[in-house]
Design a protein around this ligand. Structure first.
Ligand code: ADP
Ligand code: ADP
Length: 228
């Protein structure tokens, strides 16, 4: 599903963000990527969605070698990968419904399929009662639910979440984890970069710990850290 072999990334300014990353993530896994600020977590995410290209090594996503992708093919890769961010990135002027429908309208989804599919994902994230609201009329947790609904409306094989609970209070963060688990149980691979040690240590999953551009640990049902 996602495979990185001997991947290195040096940015044009000379910063070596990733040194020798070897990762294999299977279909339907739920993986936390943890590590201190500057470790290289976001760089890994940007490589998977082909926002940046590696300086060394090869990356396969969904059977495609990203090194073989042409510029024209990148949008098709992006449709197979949903992404959510700490700051939600919703369109402020569009309603909840429109924010999600937009992601389908840019594909060739037949118009009569859009409404039922949007309502289906709103049901999944438990926001069917907020379809006409604008993002600013929602709580942070509700905005993150809209972002998750938008990320999965195209039925992507993979959902990437970069610090999805970063701006949320602990109770709301836990409810977002419930939704991410629901999405995962429906067959979507979830890769979540996080600093939330409480969640990682209590909701046990595979943990890939990154430090200084290398994989420090890769453990099934791992912990956030072994330091005191
Ligand atoms: P994390 O997400 O774990 O905080 P990042 O992948 O964002 O780590 O960053 C890893 C290292 O690469 C850091 O030293 C950061 O400053 C550097 N870096 C990230 N993006 C860029 C960029 N576009 N240009 C130059 N250096 C970058
Ligand atoms: P849902 O109702 O959508 O399943 P929840 O918010 O109830 O989502 O919980 C998601 C996951 O997080 C569950 O596995 C639950 O056991 C766990 N969880 C929820 N709240 C806490 C908490 N305060 N501390 C530890 N685990 C929690």
């Amino acid at each position: 599903m996602i495979e990185m072999k001997k991947v290195g990334k040096t940015y044009p300014n000379g910063v070596q963000a990733l040194k020798d990353i070897n990762i294999h993530i299977d279909k339907e896994e739920f993986v936390y990527v943890v590590g201190p600020s500057g470790a290289g977590k976001t760089s890994i995410i940007k490589l998977i969605i082909r926002e940046v290209v590696p300086t060394e090594g090869t990356i396969h996503v969904n059977g495609t070698n990203l090194g073989d992708l042409t510029k024209k093919q990148i949008p098709y890769l992006r449709r197979k990968i949903g992404v959510v961010f700490q700051d939600f990135k919703l369109f402020p002027k569009l309603s909840v419904f429109e924010n999600i429908a937009f992601a389908l309208e840019v594909t060739e989804e037949p118009p009569d399929r859009i409404k039922p599919r949007v309502m289906e994902v709103l049901d999944l994230v438990k926001l069917k009662n907020k379809t006409r609201h604008k993002p600013r009329e929602l709580s942070g947790g509700e905005q993150q639910r809209v972002a998750m609904a938008r990320a999965v409306v195209n039925r992507p094989a993979i959902l990437i979440a970069d610090e999805p609970t970063g701006n949320l209070d602990p109770e709301t963060a836990w409810s977002i984890m419930g939704t991410l688990e629901d999405i995962n149980h429906r067959g979507t691979t979830v890769v979540m970069a996080t600093h939330n040690s409480h969640i990682v240590n209590h909701l046990k999953k595979r943990v890939i710990a990154i430090d200084d551009g290398n994989v420090l640990r890769d453990e099934w049902r791992g912990a956030y850290s072994y330091e005191a």
